[in-house]
Design a protein around this ligand. Structure first.
Ligand code: UGA
Length: 467
């Protein structure tokens, strides 16, 4: 059992701390007294309201409460940790560069208060080289004569499934140029995971791995999204293409779902950050640049399908959005595509009726859209807003509650349109909906509901492909 300290009680720090506390003594430090009080109350059972919405997190914190301390007291937080994880925010600026001010301030505090040798690992997503900068800040400000090694330990958990992702990771990546420190970190993780899961490496490689992984996942999505637009153009079905492509194990089925675009706090931020980093080092990452461009284009493509039907002036139109979080089961609205689409429609005069399975997502929407008050209505029941005044249903995220809409209930809508922003309705349902007069629009599988104009395609080939 080791003593570890985590800087930052956010989306990464709290689930990670809770996971480590299964076998280690963990102190989570955050200067924000509200956050610390919230977590403390949840752990002691006097509250159920955690600022992070993660399945199983509250239970995990409580199960291991004897191993967890949450504090605003920096001296207590730095009382003999063997490893310190920095998991503070690195919000992007307008150029996509991560702002390292919170990382810097964590390094300064460590330098001031640490009294023993230890290893400091960056968990926050940072530009490669940051660990060297942290090392320099600590060494330049160190008050006590101790040895501090600095490295990187990127996080690969996804929001909403953090507890499970942490428990059963595909790999644990960590990097440090100091071999002894690397061994200390390996031992720490061996209490939690098998040796084959561990990927020790150099500091810079570890920092690049984080961006490389997220950018490749985002690229898979954009790649499928551009093919989805082609599928719509000719009359193919991207879901079927996805199956055919993904069954090749070299490619894999995951992250091939075409959608109105990827969102969240990670893919948009990290693709921009690594693209900018590549430009700065005169080593442009053209594929990632294209990934970003396609992602933006896909969202406009989806919105334009709605506008094509209803026109640019949406005054008097009422739309439902099911799922406002950037994906299912999260209250996080950062770079949420359904929010982007809803705002564009409200800007054009529409009224939006919003439902999400996560109450926090609805609360956050209200808090973050003050300038849109009066242009939307929040609903806490999935079908609460369905009435004859509704013009279309927009599916915003991939929650299973949205996969099987009750067609009879939807039938009262005056506009029989379903815009499926995550391609989650299956072919049978789409055919059933179409038979009942609905028009189905998606990202690359509109053809399910339409007759393909084979003659047009054949004529086209005859004209363009014969000498
Ligand atoms: C992502 C990565 O999946 C994690 O491995 C990583 O640790 C995390 O970023 C991070 O850097 O912290 P997250 O942003 O929580 O996790 O969510 P994902 O489940 O990856 O979804 C991201 C977006 O892609 C969502 O908008 C989702 O709807 C979309 N998506 C995902 C698709 O459009 N198609 C897919 O096939 C998969």
């Amino acid at each position: 059992m080791a003593n570890v300290t985590i800087f930052g009680a956010g989306y990464v720090g709290v689930p990670t701390g809770a996971h480590f506390s299964r076998t280690h003594k963990v102190t989570i430090y955050d200067p924000d007294a509200n956050k610390v009080e919230t977590i403390t109350k949840v752990i002691d059972g006097s509250s159920e309201a955690l600022h992070i919405h993660e399945k199983g997190l509250i239970e995990l914190l409580r199960e291991n409460k004897n191993n967890i301390t949450v504090t605003t007291d920096i001296e207590k937080a730095l009382d003999k940790p063997e490893i310190i994880f920095i998991a503070v925010g690195t919000p992007p600026n307008e150029k996509g560069r991560a702002n390292l001010k919170y990382v810097k301030s964590a390094a300064e505090q460590i330098a001031k208060y640490i009294k023993n040798d230890c290893v400091v690992l960056n968990k926050s997503t940072v530009p490669p080289g940051t660990a060297y900068m942290v090392k320099e800040i600590i060494d330049n400000n160190l008050v006590n004569k101790v040895k501090i090694s600095v490295g990187s330990c990127p996080e690969f958990l996804a929001e909403g499934t953090a507890v499970e992702d942490l428990r059963t990771p595909d790999r644990i990546v960590f990097g440090c140029d100091d071999k002894e420190a690397l061994e200390t970190v390996s031992e720490f993780f061996l209490y939690l995971h098998g040796r084959s899961t561990l990927s020790p490496m150099s500091t810079l490689s570890s920092e690049i791995t984080k961006y490389a992984a997220n950018a490749l996942l985002a690229t898979k999505i954009s790649y499928m999204n551009s093919l989805a637009m082609l599928c719509d153009a000719v009359g193919a079905n991207i879901r079927e293409v996805q199956e055919g492509v993904g069954k090749d194990q070299r490619i894999g089925r995951k992250f091939l779902n075409a959608s109105m675009g990827y969102g969240g706090s990670c893919f948009p931020k990290d693709t921009s950050a690594i693209a900018e980093y590549g430009r700065l080092f005169n080593s442009p990452l053209e594929i990632i640049e294209a990934t970003i461009e396609v992602n933006n284009k896909t969202t406009s493509y989806f919105t334009s399908k709605i506008i094509e039907v209803f026109g640019n002036d949406l005054a008097g139109k009422n739309f439902i959005v099911w799922g406002i979080g950037f994906k299912a089961r999260t209250d996080d609205l950062r770079e949420s595509k359904p929010v982007e689409v809803a705002r564009e429609l409200m800007d054009k005069g529409a009224h939006i009726h919003i439902y999400d399975t996560v109450k926090g997502a609805l609360d956050n929407f209200v808090a973050e859209n003050l300038s849109y008050v009066g242009k939307y209505t929040i609903h806490t029941a999935q079908y609460g807003m369905v009435s004859e005044t509704i013009d279309a249903l927009i599916i915003g995220n991939e929650h299973e509650k949205f996969r099987n809409p009750d067609v009879d209930l939807l039938n009262v809508m005056r506009g029989k349109y379903i815009f499926d922003g995550k391609n989650i309705l299956n072919n049978y349902l789409i055919k059933d909906l179409t038979a009942k007069g609905f028009i189905y629009k998606s990202i690359g599988k509109d053809a399910v509901a339409n007759e393909i104009d084979k003659n047009k395609l054949v004529d086209f080939l005859k004209n363009e492909y014969m000498d």
